[in-house]
Design a protein around this ligand. Structure first.
Ligand SMILES: Cc1cc2nc3c(=O)[nH]c(=O)nc-3n(C[C@H](O)[C@H](O)[C@H](O)COP(=O)(O)OP(=O)(O)OC[C@H]3O[C@@H](n4cnc5c(N)ncnc54)[C@H](O)[C@@H]3O)c2cc1C
Ligand code: SF4
Length: 323
């Protein structure tokens, strides 16, 4: 059952920042994650601050550098179907198209997809684990088949968003408005490991609103893709995924960016893949070499060793599909 809270529908970002500066206030975008968390008691809110009245936060528009600016309130379905996104950043369109179900893509926003809370079932359940300020990670000796194989400890969540790895592979930036004004940072620097931030997942401070996602002109001509493996055929989070963005000359790789999803507490930039393919002609031998390099250093838990083979598989498949 939902506990009582007050509800404010703000008309400007400044107004939203002011309301969100109160402790106990929570930002509401599409609500597909927030309302579930409030209903399940994962966390509580005294005040829910809706952005839905701020029209300027929606929409996709070309930027002067040949890139795109996407408002944080833009629906995930709009990102998936946008002709501009498909043409310039196909990897992002594929990632958005792979999120959840059509209904959730129609209601969920791109900003909300990046800021959604993790899905660890202990965290979402009635367990007062480390992430909730408790003293124990229940996944460590418990049910950990969906947890991290890279970067885990002391909490072993995996980052849930499909669009985040794609945005990082494409060198996107976030525009954030907060109590001290506006700032911009690469999406890659937005997420934080549990060793840095145990109870949160990113650098947002109280009062902050992600207002826009900026895709640079630099990667607009790159070949990009997003490949996702899930347990059910559809409507499910990634067991593992790979966002790839390559600058190619024929089949020779001039520059590469590779980001794994579903395997670490943050979208996991995999420089081993990038180094294995850069300067090379993409062929099956290089794809296999990159796949092996990708899992070096993986630290599976008791029940999630299968993710190592999954990662190898999607890396090899994605590179061959690009070739
Ligand atoms: C059954 C189910 C299946 C799903 N499957 C997938 C999947 O396969 N892949 C995937 O990527 N996701 C999946 N999701 C998650 C879903 O995509 C997210 O719930 C959705 O993207 C969140 O967007 P929203 O606008 O509804 O966010 P909200 O629920 O409104 O907000 C989510 C969180 O982000 C914060 N927030 C939202 N917008 C901003 C902003 N602009 N600035 C700062 N903070 C903000 C909110 O305060 C809240 O904490 C699934 C969800 C469900 C329920
Ligand atoms: S993995 Fe993180 S969220 Fe899950 S039980 Fe452990 S500390 Fe809690």
């Amino acid at each position: 059952m939902l506990a009582n809270f007050s509800y404010v529908r703000t008309q400007s970002v400044d107004e939203a920042v002011e309301h969100l500066s109160d402790s106990g206030a929570r930002l509401h975008a599409g609500g597909t994650d927030l309302l579930g968390c409030l209903r399940d008691g994962t966390f509580s809110a005294d005040k829910v601050v809706s952005l839905s009245g701020i029209e300027q936060l929606s929409g996709i528009r070309p930027a002067s550098d040949g890139g795109l600016r996407i408002g944080a309130l833009t629906r995930i379905s709009e990102v998936a179907s946008s002709a501009l996104v498909k043409e310039r950043y196909p990897g992002l369109a594929q990632a958005a198209g792979g999120v959840a179900s059509p209904q959730l893509r129609n209601q969920g926003t791109l900003g909300g997809n990046l800021c959604q809370r993790p899905r660890c079932w202990y965290y979402r359940g009635e367990f007062h684990c480390l992430k909730k300020g408790g003293t124990k990670c229940y996944a460590l000796d418990g049910e950990n088949r969906y947890h991290a194989i890279f970067g885990g400890g002391p909490c072993y969540i995996v980052h849930p968003s499909d669009t985040a790895p794609a945005l990082i592979s494409l060198k996107a930036k976030l525009i954030i408005q907060g109590r001290k004004g506006e700032r911009s940072l690469p999406v890659e620097e937005f997420f934080e490991l549990p060793t840095m931030n145990l109870t949160g997942e990113n650098v947002l401070l109280r009062g902050d609103v992600v207002t826009e996602i900026a895709l640079p002109g630099e990667t607009a001509g790159w070949k990009s893709s997003y490949r996702k493996v899930r347990e059910r055929g559809a409507w499910d989070f990634a067991l593992s995924s790979l966002a790839l963005a390559l600058r190619l000359n024929g089949s020779r790789v001039l520059q590469a960016r590779a980001v794994l999803g579903g395997v670490a507490p943050i979208p996991w930039r995999c420089k081993a893949i990038e180094e294995a393919v850069t300067g090379k002609q993409l062929d099956s031998a290089i794809a296999r070499q990159a796949a092996l390099a990708a899992v070096e250093g993986a630290e599976p838990m008791e029940q999630n060793g299968y993710k190592v083979a999954l990662v190898r598989g999607i890396v090899e498949e994605s590179l061959l599909a690009m070739a």
